[in-house]
Design a protein around this ligand. Structure first.
Ligand SMILES: Cc1cc2nc3c(=O)[nH]c(=O)nc-3n(C[C@H](O)[C@H](O)[C@H](O)COP(=O)(O)OP(=O)(O)OC[C@H]3O[C@@H](n4cnc5c(N)ncnc54)[C@H](O)[C@@H]3O)c2cc1C
Ligand code: FES
Length: 255
């Protein structure tokens, strides 16, 4: 798949909730080729950032030629990103890596935190085929509900404090959903500990599972080795090039 570096116009940029931003960029070649689960490397124009920052593709509008990213401000790079005004330009390198399987009839998306951003792209792409299970500490963190609702069959929620949906974690509710539903694929994105738990439960229920890994990245192109991992078969893989999406049994010990 061709990768390009595009100077894209920022056509929308707004804060969805405190420190979580949505940026929409006109980048026609990336919008044309991008698939759910792939990511881009953003070059932050001011502030002397030599390394690009990786973000998942949250939305693709092939007609408008735009891609959108939803990111949390966590450090200097994402802080500088949040200051960029609509109308300015940003260099976007992508689409990078391998995306999720698009073959499932009824996939269940399971996400926590910013992991819900790349899953949104899958939900939009699969046009009502998917359901989503989202987990957060409290209702405020599940602002994603209304963003997902038009694109999925069901929205299931868990919160640590019980302020929304089932009290507990996504792993609390998942066994019941897999027993009752007709899901043929589980796709997880979020904290690694959550994905391990989700993958194990999916395995116990005989449902295939894909996970999207996050590692610190330098180049994003398979050249610097900063994102290397060992697979369960003892192979060395690069998250940026071989992933970020992997079959769960490739990267987690499920026994
Ligand atoms: C494939 C992929 C997709 C991602 N998608 C999203 C997304 O959709 N939304 C979102 O909010 N965040 C996403 N992240 C995490 C995001 O890249 C980091 O939060 C961001 O790079 C932090 O940059 P910073 O300068 O603000 O933080 P700092 O901590 O100041 O960054 C310092 C350095 O570490 C790197 N770095 C820091 N944290 C991470 C991290 N978690 N992963 C990779 N590199 C990191 C930065 O690129 C930078 O080189 C993704 C990460 C990866 C690997
Ligand atoms: S980030 Fe350079 S090899 Fe993956």
């Amino acid at each position: 798949m061709p990768k390009v570096a595009v100077d894209g116009d920022i056509v929308a940029h707004n804060e969805l909730v405190t420190d979580v931003w949505r940026m929409e960029v006109e980048a026609r070649p990336i919008a044309r080729e991008g698939e759910p689960g792939q990511f881009v490397q953003l070059q932050i124009p001011q502030g002397g950032f030599t390394l690009r920052r990786p973000v998942g593709i949250a939305e693709i509008d092939r007609q408008k030629g735009t891609v959108a990213f939803i990111y949390r401000v966590v450090g200097k790079g994402t802080k500088a990103l949040s200051k960029l005004p609509v109308g300015s330009q940003i260099n976007v390198l992508g689409p990078l890596g391998h995306g999720f399987s698009l073959q499932a009839k009824h996939p269940l998306l399971v996400g926590g935190g910013m992991g819900l951003s790349p899953l949104l792209c899958y939900a939009e792409h699969s046009q009502g085929k998917a359901s989503v299970l989202m987990g957060g500490r409290c209702e405020r963190e599940l602002f994603w509900q209304k963003i997902y609702a038009p694109n999925v069959q069901d929205v299931f929620c868990t919160t640590d404090d019980g302020s929304c949906g089932t009290k507990g974690f996504t792993t609390t509710l998942l066994p019941e959903l897999l027993r009752q539903g007709d899901y043929d694929l589980v796709i997880a994105c979020g904290p690694e500990i959550m994905m391990q738990g989700i993958a194990r439960i999916a395995h116990e229920h005989g449902v295939p599972c894909q996970v999207s890994l996050e590692k610190r990245m330098g180049c994003g192109l398979g050249a610097c080795l900063s994102c290397s991992i060992d697979t369960t078969r003892g192979e060395r893989k690069k998250v940026c090039k071989d992933g970020p999406v992997f079959w769960a049994e490739e990267v987690f010990d499920l026994k």
